[in-house]
Design a protein around this ligand. Structure first.
Ligand SMILES: Cc1cc2nc3c(=O)[nH]c(=O)nc-3n(C[C@H](O)[C@H](O)[C@H](O)COP(=O)(O)O)c2cc1C
Length: 376
């Protein structure tokens, strides 16, 4: 698959996530662009994830000393420079030949958390190496798991993640079956020749694959019967903390607490799974309240979906998220400029958040309290 071969773009000319998306749209082949941008069915939820942010306005403080802005957060023991983390996303080599290697390095250098997908086009071993070489400290990377019908295969993924020093296991729970993305159906989406779901290659060796390794892990092999009862089995496989990605209800968050999880990500998969599902920002307060009703604990509530501006991050934190993940914006940056492009997107969002915190009178994340936002 050929990407446009126009001369390299100076990523410092990108001022917003929108700029990165606009340029990326001109560069990506249709198959990849459609895969990245799509939501499920009528894309009501994909759009709702964005519009939910417009329903909240920031009630800012004045005359606060904001000469120093400190956006550092602690997430499951990880000291992170900012609450803007990188969501797990499949098939990043569709965006750029360096794919996950480039985004992992960008996250590592930016001292932020990187989550590698089960469906990455780079093996979890290679992602670990790239991230660690680029970052000052190890461990700020997690592994995202889809449970495969073949329990042995699932177990081996978990064991490989633990052996390679991943700091947590992020189990995606909103994908018992795959949502229907119409553009992908119409494009008969599949990975181009030579690109693989690298975690399923025999010993990570492409030369031995022979066939498209995606065949080793098709959507039809997700385990639709996997339920709360099976979490104990997963817990028994690893000492890594477990976080559940895709929870949108308070009662499910409490079940996650009871199941021994360390946190949840309020997420609807970027609107790619259940269309008509509640927007993440609308779901967040209910989850936060349910967890708080159990009293003080280390249980961590994170969120993702639709975050495109620093002010979005501030709103999510005010509504109780400890930190947030960005998905598509990273893919747009990766497309435009590889590692530098992904790093630029993180920098844009970070700078916007710092400005938003200063203008809102919030010198650190602890001061971004619930009263900082009102319904607009
Ligand atoms: C192209 C693409 C691939 C994705 N792949 C995965 C994946 O492999 N595993 C997963 O848990 N979530 C996956 N997601 C969902 C993201 O982790 C995240 O929930 C979502 O993208 C956040 O919304 P945003 O794109 O609006 O920031 C994917 C999202 C996109 C756009």
């Amino acid at each position: 698959m050929q990407h446009t071969t126009e001369s390299a773009i100076d990523v410092s000319t990108l001022l917003t996530v929108r700029d990165a998306e606009r340029v990326a749209r001109t560069m990506l082949p249709k198959l990849a662009l459609d895969y990245y941008r799509s939501g499920a069915d009528a894309e009501i939820t994909r759009r709702a994830n964005r519009s939910a942010f417009r329903k909240w306005a920031i009630a800012y403080h004045v005359l606060v000393d904001v000469s120093r802005i400190d956006a550092r957060v602690r997430v499951l023991g990880n000291e992170l420079a900012s609450p803007i983390l990188v969501a797990p996303m499949a098939y990043q080599c569709l965006a750029h030949p360096e794919g996950e290697r480039a985004t992992a390095r960008a996250a590592g250098k930016s001292e932020t958390l990187y989550v590698t997908s089960t469906m990455a086009t780079t093996s979890l071993e290679d992602v670990a190496r790239e991230y660690d070489a680029a970052s000052s400290g190890a461990g700020q990377r997690w592994f995202q798991l889809y449970v495969h019908r073949d329990r042995g295969l699932t177990r081996s993924l978990v064991e490989r993640a633990e052996a390679n020093g991943y700091g947590a296991l992020m189990l995606t729970v909103d994908t018992p079956v795959l949502g229907r993305r119409l553009r992908d159906v119409r494009n008969a989406f599949k990975l181009p020749t030579g690109m693989f779901a690298a975690n399923f290659l025999p010993a990570g060796d492409i030369s031995k694959a022979g066939v498209d390794a995606q065949a080793a892990y098709t959507s039809g092999r997700h385990e639709p019967a996997f339920s709360w009862r099976d979490l104990a089995w997963l817990r028994s496989l690893t000492r890594m903390p477990l976080v559940l990605k895709g929870v949108v209800r308070g009662d499910d968050a409490l079940r996650a607490v009871d199941a021994g999880a360390s946190g949840v990500i309020v997420s609807n998969h970027g609107g790619r799974q259940l269309d008509g599902a509640v927007a993440n920002l609308d779901a967040l307060p209910g989850v936060v309240e349910a967890v708080a009703s159990r009293g003080p604990s280390d249980f961590t509530v994170l969120m993702d979906g639709g975050i495109r501006w620093g002010t979005d991050v501030l709103k999510a934190l005010a509504l109780g998220a400890k930190a947030i993940f960005v998905g598509r914006p990273i893919l747009w940056g990766l497309t435009v400029g590889g590692e530098a492009g992904a790093a630029r997107v993180l920098e844009i969002l970070r700078n916007e958040l710092a400005t938003a915190m200063a203008l809102a009178g919030c010198p650190d994340v602890a001061t971004i309290t619930r009263d900082m936002v009102v319904r607009s």
